[in-house]
Design a protein around this ligand. Structure first.
Ligand SMILES: Nc1ncnc2c1ncn2[C@@H]1O[C@H](COP(=O)(O)OP(=O)(O)OP(=O)(O)O)[C@@H](O)[C@H]1O
Ligand SMILES: [Mg+2]
Ligand SMILES: [Zn+2]
Length: 322
């Protein structure tokens, strides 16, 4: 699985920094208390000495009993709390304040990744897949079939499309999943289902790139002039070739010239020969596809992609009248 290892490394570093910061901030507050409350520093030192004392008692390396040291800890804590209260501070004033109390910002609980870190990784996955903004509103779960009910044929058809895309997400495997071609007019849910697919696969740990045809071509354009560092979407173009699933939305919205056509051809051709799947969505019908792209591309597209046709009335308009 092409799990996005860069995100993982970056987030692990983030957690280390978060932990360090919580400890450093606590230290600042502790010093503040020491400067204001006389006798507190000595108490804190006595308290931190109890750690080694407890250990020695357990190991039988000291004359003190474990019980005795424990009683000392309780007494010292009691005195400390009382002293802080006298000065109007809460007892936990100088404790580290972690963002997540469960893992104390380590990212792990008993050797298992903490939920907070899983969530962070997923969010980073959405961001690097390019759907962070879209994903909140476009999932499989909120894709409604009743919009297509005005026409029995489109309802039946869209039920099939939804079922097929869900199954595609559930069974996805970069080494065996097929290419999909989402065809259909404006506002029928192509982008919605592409985003939902991206999200479902990112959740399963796959490295997915969702991109508009225009954005992808802009990246290649920049790269052509030796300036990949400033890539609009933050990707270096290698990811278009290497990701587990590439989703190119709105093919046909880009200007058509020799550069754009040959770039699209190269990307598709390379992914087909390495066996990595691609999902394309387009507003163009078959004739328009033919006239717009070289035969080389259209024969590739038509030959290697499974078509899914979106039918119905523009959902954007239907939503306006709700
Ligand atoms: N079946 C549906 N259930 C709920 N919302 C939908 C559905 N279909 C489309 N939408 C919503 O309608 C709007 C338009 O849909 P979408 O962007 O997916 O259309 P599209 O087929 O990509 O159109 P275009 O070809 O213009 O890009 C979006 O806000 C989308 O979330
Ligand atoms: Mg769209
Ligand atoms: Zn946590």
């Amino acid at each position: 699985m092409g799990y996005n290892i860069d995100n993982f490394r970056r987030i692990r570093e983030e957690y280390k920094e978060k932990y360090k910061k919580a400890e450093a901030d606590a230290d600042v507050r502790r010093r503040e208390l020491w400067s204001k409350i006389s006798g507190l520093r000595a108490l804190d030192r006595a308290l931190s000495d109890t750690g080694p004392r407890l250990l020695n008692a357990v190991l039988g390396k000291s004359n003190e009993s474990f019980e005795k040291v424990k009683r000392d800890v309780e007494r010292l804590n009691y005195e400390r709390n009382l002293l802080l209260a006298t000065y109007g501070y809460p007892a936990d004033y100088s404790d580290p304040r972690y963002e997540c109390e469960l893992c104390r910002d380590s990212g792990y609980v008993d050797g298992e990744m903490c939920e907070c870190m899983k969530l962070r990784l997923r969010m980073a996955g959405y961001e690097s897949a390019g759907i962070a903004k879209l994903m909140e509103h476009q999932t499989f779960d909120n894709f409604r079939l009743d919009y297509y009910k005005t026409n029995p044929r489109s309802y039946e058809n869209m039920s099939y499309v939804l079922k097929t895309m869900k199954e595609y997400a559930a069974k996805f495997d970069p080494y065996s999943s097929q290419n999909l071609l989402l065809l259909g007019g404006t506002g029928l849910g192509k982008t919605h289902l592409s985003t939902a697919l991206t999200r479902a696969l990112v959740d399963r740990g796959f490295d997915v790139v969702y991109t508009g045809a225009i954005g992808m071509l802009a990246d290649f354009e920049r790269n052509r002039f030796g300036n990949s560092a400033g890539s609009e979407s933050g990707y270096d173009i290698d990811r278009y070739y290497a990701c587990d699933l590439l989703i190119i939305d709105d093919l046909g919205a880009e200007v058509s010239n020799q550069f754009t056509v040959s770039t699209i051809y190269n990307v598709l051709n390379s992914r087909i020969s390495t066996g990595l799947p691609t999902v394309i969505s387009t507003n163009l019908n078959q004739n328009e596809l033919n006239s717009r792209y070289w035969d080389r591309i259209t024969s590739r597209i038509l030959g290697e992609f499974r078509p899914l046709v979106f039918l119905g009335s523009d959902v954007r308009k239907l939503k306006l009248t709700e």
